[in-house]
Design a protein around this ligand. Structure first.
Ligand code: PMP
Length: 309
């Protein structure tokens, strides 16, 4: 087959077909103290090909860019990311033969940087003190060169939340046979919460969003909305309940998940499970679904997680 025909096949096959359908796993030991009628189920997003929930958003964002004709040969993909979106763009772009430039705070952990480098991503490292907002501001500057860059802007891109409206939401409804009563998700761009929430709300599901409880939190991938650039796609009216997760208690759950549930999950998953347990403690009956955005293998070198008392 000619290279051109192969490329065409890759695009026609649909990027979205390659992501999602992740397992939903019941938490048993962490929930042993709860009434029998209260269940917590964890959606394990590291089973996506790029290892995180962000594969969904990236696939939808890139499909939309292809459909609109903005993704032209020679134009590099550009965005700001704390890492997972960058990795998602990276593997999808490699399949499409497109280059990626990523603005990333320089204190992103070594695994992230090495992984991105392995995929050939050009990294623009930004001031760690400015956090993810510093990376966003740098990406906005670079984006002015529209011949060189296609700025995907996951924080404002409607395809981000649509990915979850069209994939995560329906999966959760099907995997619980419609039994889901509460949905719990952490906020970064808010794409996961907004898209899944908009799909599940009309089915009577109560929506719980989780942010760090303070601006200086160490919960990688998450935004403290009050002190950060608020994503354009964030819908402040959607949540039925907003919870602020404390860092230490979240990290404790990151350590307990592999030992007690066999789930080596990432740091933000600790915050998500903290919130799910909090909600569960108020119920007599309920089926809570909680998003675990990525896996723990990405954070094993983080001393604040694994070398804690
Ligand atoms: N957890 C992790 C580890 C993430 O990388 C992200 C995305 N930044 C999130 C949670 C939040 O996902 P979303 O951007 O869909 O709100």
């Amino acid at each position: 087959m000619l290279q051109e025909e192969q490329d065409h096949d890759e695009r026609a096959a649909g990027l979205r077909e390659r992501v999602g359908d992740t397992p939903l796993v019941r938490l048993r030991r962490l929930t042993a103290h709860l009434p029998e009628g209260v269940e917590i189920w964890a959606k394990c997003e590291w089973f996506n090909p790029g290892g995180s929930v962000k594969d969904r958003a990236a696939a939808w964002i890139l499909e939309a860019a292809m459909a609109s004709g903005e993704l032209r040969p020679g134009r590099r993909l550009l965005d700001a990311s704390s890492g997972n979106t960058g990795i998602a763009y990276a593997w999808l772009a490699a399949r499409l033969g497109v280059e990626v430039t990523l603005c990333l705070p320089s204190n992103a952990n070594a695994e992230r940087k090495r992984m991105l480098a392995a995929y050939g991503v050009e990294l623009v490292l930004t001031d760690p003190l400015e956090g993810s907002d510093g990376a966003i501001l740098r990406a906005r500057e670079l984006a002015r060169d529209t011949d060189r860059y296609l700025y995907l802007d996951q924080y404002s891109n409607e395809a981000n939340w649509r990915a979850h409206y069209e994939s995560t939401g329906p999966e959760i409804l099907a995997q619980t046979q419609g039994r889901v009563t509460h949905f719990v998700a952490t906020l970064g761009t808010s794409g996961t919460f907004t898209g899944t929430g908009r799909f599940l709300k009309p089915h009577g599901v109560r929506l719980v969003s989780v942010q760090p409880d303070s601006p200086f939190h160490g919960l990688e991938g998450l935004k403290h909305m009050e002190s950060a650039i608020v994503p354009a796609i964030y819908d402040p009216d959607l949540a039925d309940l907003e919870l602020g997760a404390p860092t230490e208690e979240s990290l404790e759950l990151v350590r307990r998940l592999p030992r007690e549930e066999g789930l080596l999950a990432g740091i933000s998953s600790g915050a998500a499970v903290w919130a799910a347990l909090r909600v569960a403690s108020t119920l007599e009956q309920g089926v809570i679904v909680v998003m675990l955005p990525d896996g723990g293998a990405r954070y094993l070198s983080e001393p604040h997680v694994w070398e804690a008392p």
